[in-house]
Write a protein that binds this ligand. Structure first.
Ligand SMILES: Nc1ncnc2c1ncn2[C@@H]1O[C@H](COP(=O)(O)OP(=O)(O)OP(=O)(O)O)[C@@H](O)[C@H]1O
Ligand SMILES: Nc1ncnc2c1ncn2[C@@H]1O[C@H](COP(=O)(O)OP(=O)(O)OP(=O)(O)O)[C@@H](O)[C@H]1O
Ligand SMILES: [Mg+2]
Ligand SMILES: [Mg+2]
Lengths: 267, 267
């Protein structure tokens, strides 16, 4: 049975998309059947794989609006995720794309009773087909991100090794606790992932020490180092493993994938 | 008459808060009476000045809810921005703080007719008291950011010199055009500000060249270089000019302030 993992942090630019793209690619390479869902209207996970933001088959927004329509009209033609999922350049990895029209989804959700569980209902038929389903979230705690946290079995929290990202972590953990108590009791924290780490900077070392002090073994052993190749790769539409196999970024994300697989008993 | 400038970009982590803090501090030092408004529930501009996120006098959320209440009940006691504005360590600079409860404002706005102009109405009495009013926006295009763009005379768009930030710029310019046509015809683009620039990286130079090619003289001459001191300063609760007067970050932001003052005919 597949595991759904949301990749979330309301702080912007902490490495959510970079982690979504390269962790999903690493899981694919390690022979885990993986689906990456882009739940950010910016569509960075989609374009990071070199895919066109205007996907003729549709995207996450198409699936959401079609599901909502079918709630009201049983005869409506439903567009399922299976109809819009696209294969990527990585074996075992496909993607459910997004683009700017996803902004409209938040307004459509608002009027439905179970507005926090819409994504959960759309994704649950897919769980049996994949080992891992990753959801790349936007830098906000709006209704789409809440939907992702309700659909998820666990959440990965990327934390840039900088002051503002550290400061927001406590508030995010509180928000996750609220979601656990009210909407998704089985949600766990898969781990806190330190990103853009530079061992020569005092600030980076202070932030890592602070996070490990407060959150102990919730913090992944794997740390993602700052590495220019990671920021170059999306401009070529490739995950790091295809852009520069030898780079530190490739090694970091393969290690992360192995750590997660091990933690989930080899699944 | 003061000028209201929003600092906005839905892409996360591009330097909105770093620009808000250090540009407002530079304007203060250059003897312009300046107000910084924190319109991001993360409260990074507030904590970046070392201020407590729980301000006993209140914050932007207090002003908004009090204004909305008074719309419905003329006898209600109004808490005005003047009641909650706090001085900072910089001469001529004060701040209207924010914290996590600002998340609630979006839900409160939704039911009001002129929900996009609430911030504009709250701020217009302040314009005569300041030379510049800067608004630090969150990484989203939700109702609070739309309110900031409606209240503003112009907008500064920080763009990190990386692929994803470049990609989102076109969409943001489109959104600004929509706001200009429907909600705020007098909104202009004060400038596009390149941030976290490292002249030795090919990607940074490609992004700068690409932005200048498309947006010509809308791009500020001043470029903000990547500088570790800029990311250390907020952990000491200080703008860069107080943390390290000699640093490149201080020089970059003073130059930016001077460029903006010159562009606005010395005001
Ligand atoms: N380890 C790293 N080393 C170098 N650059 C990185 C690293 N991780 C991410 N980046 C770059 O930093 C920027 C921010 O990362 P990314 O876009 O993945 O963050 P995000 O949290 O998804 O942002 P948003 O909040 O906008 O969704 C990007 O330009 C990315 O290429
Ligand atoms: N020129 C710079 N050099 C080095 N670090 C920088 C620079 N500008 C910003 N930073 C650091 O990069 C991170 C992101 O910047 P900042 O928080 O200002 O972006 P933001 O756009 O306000 O983010 P958000 O989208 O979450 O509001 C912060 O940790 C900040 O300290
Ligand atoms: Mg992202
Ligand atoms: Mg910010």
């Amino acid at each position: 049975m597949g595991k759904i993992i949301a990749i979330a942090n309301q702080k912007g630019g902490v490495g959510k998309t970079t982690t979504s793209i390269n962790l999903s690619a690493s899981l694919g390479v390690l022979e885990k059947k993986t689906l990456l869902i882009d739940a950010d209207p910016q569509g960075n996970s989609t374009s990071g794989f070199g895919l066109d933001l205007e996907n003729p088959k549709g995207d996450l927004y198409t699936c959401i609006t079609s599901y909502l329509e079918a709630l009201g009209n049983p005869n409506a033609h439903i567009i399922k995720p299976q109809n819009v999922i696209i294969p990527t350049s990585i074996p075992n990895l496909s993607i459910l794309p997004a683009n700017i029209n996803l902004v409209g989804a938040e307004l459509e959700f608002i009027n439905f009773d179970e507005r926090e569980s819409i994504l959960k209902n759309i994704l649950s038929p897919l769980k049996a087909e994949y080992d891992y389903i990753l959801i790349d979230c936007s830098p906000s705690l709006g209704l789409i991100t809440v939907n992702a946290l309700v659909a998820a079995d666990s959440v990965i929290i990327p934390v840039q090794t900088e002051f503002f990202a550290l400061e927001g972590l406590g508030k995010l953990i509180n928000t996750i606790k609220i979601i656990q108590s009210r909407l998704n009791p089985s949600l766990t924290v898969e781990g806190i992932l330190m990103t853009m780490y530079n061992g020569q900077l005092r600030l980076c070392n202070q932030v890592v020490a602070e996070v490990r002090k407060h959150f102990h073994n919730t913090v992944f052993d794997t740390i993602i180092h700052r590495n220019t190749k990671l920021s170059e790769a999306p401009s070529f539409g490739k995950p790091i493993i295809l852009y520069d196999e030898e780079s530190k970024g490739t090694i970091n994300y393969i290690n992360l994938a192995q750590e997660i697989i091990k933690k989930n008993n080899g699944n």
